[in-house]
Design a binder for this molecule. Sequence first.
Ligand code: ADP
Ligand code: MG
Length: 817
Amino acid sequence: MLELSTPIKFVKRVGERVAVELAKRGVETVEDLLYHLPFRYEDRLNPVPMSALQAGTTASVIGEVRGSVLLQTRHMPLFEMTVGQGLNTVKAMWFRGSYLRDKFHVGQMVALYGKLEPSRSSAGKFKMIQPQFEILPAHGGPDAEFSMLEVGRIVPVYESLGGTTVWGAKLGSKWLRRVIWGLFEELGVEEIKADSSAALRNDKQKNEQPQERSTEAKQERGHEAFTETLPGALRKRLKLPGRLEALKAVHFPEAGTPMTELMSAATPAHRRLIFEELFYLELGLELKRRRMREREGTAFVTNVKVREAIKQVLPFHPTAAQKRVLGEIANDMRRPQPMRRLLQGDVGSGKTIVAMQAALVAIENGCQAALMAPTEILATQHYLSARKLLGDVLSPRTGRPYRVTLLTGSLDEAAKREARGRIFRGETDLAIGTHALIEDKVDFDNLGLVIVDEQHRFGVQQRFRLMKKPGALDPDVLVMTATPIPRTLALTLYGDLDASVIDELPPGRTPIVTRRTTEERAEDVWEFVRKQVVAGRQAYIVYPVIEGAKDDQPELDFARDDEVEEASALSVAAGKKTADSSAALRNDKKRAGTPKVKGGRASVKTEKLFEPKKALRAAADMYEELRVGPLAGLRLGLLHGRLSADDKEVAMRRFQRGDIDVLIATTVIEVGVDVSNASVMVIEHAERFGLAQMHQLRGRVGRGAAKSYCILMTGGKVSEQAECRLDAMVRTQNGFELAELDLQQRGPGEFFGTRQAGLPEFRVANLIRDRAVLELAKAEAERFAESPDPAVSREERDAVWARLKQQWQRKYGLVEA
Ligand code: ADP
Ligand code: MG
């Protein structure tokens, strides 16, 4: 008998050869196939009549083939087909459509899906360019037995499991419907609502004797015992349908299911599957949190002496938000369990001083602290400000000055060895360095606190992989990020951390004036920069790439989905056969964050990115141009990722000291750089930058009291999405607002850039769409872990934990901290 774990090759219509193909797409068992869900539906039960079609909409149209012709145009063959319904007709066209000539013949019933455009030759008529099509089974034809799957119902449409390979056409929607329908039949799954499903029952079931039906029902209940994944009481309380019924309703929706609910994955069946997925994720995170609370860390004391030590180094009055957040951190540090806290605060909100205060708590308790930064520039900057802050004061505990050690890759070997030695022997209180360096090679004498700055630059996976002495206590960990993380992402990616937010900027900051302009008006911009420099200020000018025509590498990963979409639209227009995939699907998949699609997109992205490179203004070239041209006479510096570490540091220090007026740079300066005299940020090719990036860049100015400016210069075509980003930048400086928009535009997989690892992959859930369900799942997971619900049987509880254990590693691959 078929079970969910049955290997796919034993399924009817699959077999060995196809199973090999399916395995390449991660489909190995019956269960895997059942979770290959439709990405859209066509209402072929109540199709829109041709007389009611509307221009500009995407619609599915059913009709009869009236005629077709293969035209030889100047560029390519064009296949044109007329599909009719009574007196109405629609014309469908496919470029390079020669392959379609023998597919269609007059009288066939077909379903077309695509965008309706008004016909130019005959008023009131429509055409569809490159629609997706399906030939519907004919009465008495070879496929007649499947006609109930293709017509007269809401029909599921799937991404082909053959992808773009030769299997693409075979393993598409038609095949999937048949195989999956067959699976449900063998599994004996009923519809969710017995009554309204009657219309959909096939004849076999109708003829069944009442007695047989009840055995079937019993069988199904038997099934439930090993296919259901949520406790009955929980399902009942939340009104969630059973798992297999939900799967069936998602694949083969009952007549009457609202199309809008189906298309937005909002049916009870969808919700059930989404909930299940998110529930297990949140349960796993909750478990991690609980385990962490069982570990042994240092219980720091924060007595008057410690507080005195902190106070004496403070260069200014902390904001209320800074105070509150430090309170939260100190609370954690006092506890004997290790702290795992995420500190979010917009650029310039003053996270560094909070981190220093936390470090002092550890140090005044006789422990060491480590501060890790993503780049050398930032590590060095932290080192300099720590020295400034702590350099002249004495520790009340030891009566000696604080000892701060810098450890970066650009130090020579002897210096590195020396630094490591001091850390190892406990002759350092605060070690500051790049992440990689501290993580891999440093042995601490007595490490009490680890601070990770700008965490989003590192993979989530490698968060706490710090060298620990055997038997040593777990250090407290404070993770800081300036990328405001939308709550859905925070709940998933960082669900195992407690969170603090600095939601207030230090006083005296004036809002940054943000303006848009174009390359044509560059002269005005340079003039403005010049004026600011004359007034004693400094400026940044940022470019997307380092060098122009010969450049093959952008400084960072630009996630510009608009370009990708344009590219895919182009490939469709060029007549590439795209089976069942569509831009809509790609969008959906992207949001779900599946890596296989990511790979595909990346290549499109690369192509598009480098094709128009000649027109791109680049940092190194513009440095030369501006130096002898519009900005001649000013002191210019150049900073980009390909400089040696030393050169980078020199450039940065000179800018910090004010020896450079204008720093021409790539996005290497995006993170953390703090020069309060800089008042102008010019971003060239702003249309190319992601929102989060632009927001970070803008955060480099407005750090002092002087009025600051951010000038977004566009050069070249500005897509609709880029337009939307630029508008948002001008409209708001609220990082969270921008982050939400960024997440919507790019999807969770891209939100942090491709460097981010560790985002869970979802089969059903979509973090942007399913926020409400996520919140519910989190609450329910906490409740489930907290107190045994008497309505949930012991077996059910055990089953949930067992399932979690089995899934956690495989599915989310989140490491154990
Ligand atoms: P970020 O959160 O982006 O890391 P920083 O910690 O670099 O921000 O702080 C930005 C600037 O604001 C720094 O120059 C810092 O000295 C200053 N600053 C931080 N907190 C305050 C405060 N409470 N009052 C005045 N200036 C502050
Ligand atoms: Mg910072």
